[in-house]
Design a protein around this ligand. Structure first.
Ligand code: NOJ
Ligand code: CA
Length: 567
């Protein structure tokens, strides 16, 4: 069997609302994306993943779906979507869409029916329970703040929502729900969509006993931990991770998820060549390697604030060492839920140089890389000062709760809420040194403010003119990747003897070897790379291609990225 396309692909996440606005309403749209396909083709990506494009009240920017087989009118029409698909395919760009299975919008007709009466045929499509002593059925929290239950006044029962109250959880125990979702899946597959990024799939089931969690922590503690945590994600800090598990353990990764994946995989496998990429870091959801998800994200890589050589090596050992069968890894350093890579993994002084190091890292580790739109020009977090501008409900919740429960001063609460929320990494794509960064026409008001650093070279047009830019560097790495098969398909082996100031690894495929060496420090460092043959520079941030190097005498310049063929 030939190697599946997605193992070799570089994927690029588009956040539709913020990518390109074609009609001046301040909201990105599908025609805007179509206009930029040439850019993506030049950049050299093989596939795009669109965050939700479905009709939605936009309480969670499309992750609250009101119709699984439609297109958000602000984004365009189903015909626009078909055009996007055809135009992408014409450029050999695959298209993945987001599939939000855990919950729908509370405006979805299914939920409207479900809540209409206790004996509506769709009642059991969602998770309804009677209250307890006038309150919710148990003490579970929503991961977005507040109780996980909302009372429906009409019928007097409570519905469950792991996320916002406007995102009621579907009842995945109900075969009708599964069948309806698989119909939607087939609708898009029939149209030619190449696969799905599965949203929040670890949360489709809850502990059926509804037993209370036994954590002493409440909403205020949750907020405090989130304000302290690196990115609001508990990956790195063991103490926080344990506290989160105690709070949410009954609401995530319950038995039954594997079965859903096997079913879904069955649907996907009715079609050729499609991909299931799960929003989870749990490798066990790759099943035997051939029966559940094709890919899961290496989220720990973006959940850490310490992207040191030691940390990366340990991460790779653990992840690569636990892959079942033929399963393949998937690496990313950013998405619409996390702080921007540039800055996040910087040191405040050399962020631009480090952004190149990290771009090279994610594009040369073993696995399918996923880039987040704007990271290729070094877009950074933009912290909104004014709570009136917040669009992410997490920020609004954090702002209010920080004042009410933590007694924070409004200014501090606003600053904390801006850091915690996700608006910061969702600001409009910076295309040009032009009004509104070229995202939307002059005079239009973008749905989120544009980061003013577009005027300082953080934009596509300026960087296309600058051979030293992050954008041109990213293109070079992508070109090199396509040229050197080991970088795409090769095995991974450590080659730095455990150094603290740089990381080096060899990717090998079919007798060919490519060395990647990354200096993560501002000093020049001696790297004695563990290969025995001469090196020839394929790409370096500091030297010309073709230069020959002796493996025992490699001196890496500050923050140098070196990719060299071996032998
Ligand atoms: C994960 C998505 O990436 C995030 O943006 C969303 O808020 C939640 N799932 C709920 O759908
Ligand atoms: Ca628009």
């Amino acid at each position: 069997m030939s190697r599946e396309w997605w193992r070799d692909a570089v994927l690029y996440q588009i956040y539709p609302r913020s990518f390109a606005d074609s009609n001046g309403d301040g909201v990105g749209d599908l025609p805007g994306i179509i206009d930029r396909l040439d850019y993506l083709q030049d950049l050299g990506v093989d596939g795009i993943w669109l965050s939700p494009h479905y009709p939605s009240p936009q309480v969670d920017v499309g992750y609250d779906v009101a119709d699984y087989t439609g297109v958000e009118p602000e984004y365009g029409t189903l015909d626009d979507f078909r055009t996007l698909l055809a135009e992408a395919h014409r450029r050999r760009i695959r298209v993945l869409i987001d599939l939000v299975v855990n919950h729908s919008s509370d405006r979805h007709p299914w939920f409207v029916e479900s809540r209409s009466s206790r004996n509506n045929p769709r009642r059991d499509w969602y998770v309804w329970h009677p209250g307890r002593n006038g309150g919710p059925p148990n003490n579970w929290l929503s991961t977005f703040g507040g109780p996980a239950w909302t009372r429906d006044d009409g019928t007097g029962e409570w519905y469950y929502h792991f996320f916002f109250a406007e995102q009621p959880d579907l009842n995945w125990h109900n075969p009708e729900v599964r069948a309806a979702m698989y119909d939607a899946v087939r609708f898009w597959l029939d149209m030619g969509v190449d696969g799905f990024r599965l949203d929040a799939i670890g949360t489709v089931f809850e502990d059926p006993t509804l037993a209370d969690h036994d954590s002493p922590l409440g909403e205020a503690d949750l907020l405090r931990m989130r304000l302290e945590g690196p990115a609001g994600r508990p990956h790195d800090d063991k103490r926080i991770a344990a506290a989160f598990l105690r709070l949410f353990g009954r609401q995530i990764d319950q038995p039954g998820v594997h079965e859903v994946f096997r079913e879904l995989r069955g649907v996907i496998d009715e079609y050729d060549d499609r991909l299931l990429l799960g929003e989870t870091s749990r490798i066990e959801y790759q099943g035997t390697g051939d029966d559940e998800l094709h890919l899961v994200f290496n989220f720990p890589l973006l959940g850490t604030d310490r992207l040191t050589p030691e940390w990366i090596r340990a991460n790779q050992r653990l992840r690569l060492g636990s892959l079942p069968g033929d399963a393949w890894p998937c690496n990313t350093l950013g998405n619409h839920d996390t702080p921007r890579m540039t800055g996040r993994f910087g040191d405040g002084e050399h962020d631009a140089a480090l952004a190149k190091v990290h771009t090279a890292l994610v594009l040369t580790l073993k696995g399918t890389p996923v880039l987040y739109n704007g990271d290729e020009v070094g877009m950074t977090d933009f912290l909104l000062q004014d709570p009136a501008l917040f669009r992410d409900g997490i920020s609004t919740w954090a702002y209010r709760t920080a004042i009410a429960l933590l007694g924070m001063a409004p200014g501090d609460a606003a600053a904390g809420a801006a850091r915690l929320g996700r608006d910061k990494c969702r600001t409009p794509m910076q295309w040009a040194p032009a009004p509104n960064a070229g995202f939307t026409p002059p005079g239009a008001v973008p749905w989120l403010p544009v980061n003013p650093n577009f005027a300082d070279g953080v934009n596509v047009a300026d960087q296309e003119r600058d051979p030293g830019s992050l954008l041109e560097f990213t293109r070079r790495v992508l070109t090199t990747r396509r040229r050197l098969r080991p970088l795409v398909a090769g095995e991974y082996r450590e080659a730095d003897g455990g150094a603290a100031d740089h990381i080096a690894y060899v990717r090998s495929f079919d007798g060919e070897e490519v060395l990647v060496a990354l200096n993560t420090t501002a000093a020049s460092v001696a790297a004695r790379v563990a290969v025995s043959r001469q090196l020839t520079v394929a790409l370096s941030s500091h030297r010309a291609p073709g230069e020959r190097l002796h493996p025992q005498e490699v001196r890496l310049a500050p923050f140098e990225v070196l990719v060299a063929t071996v032998g």
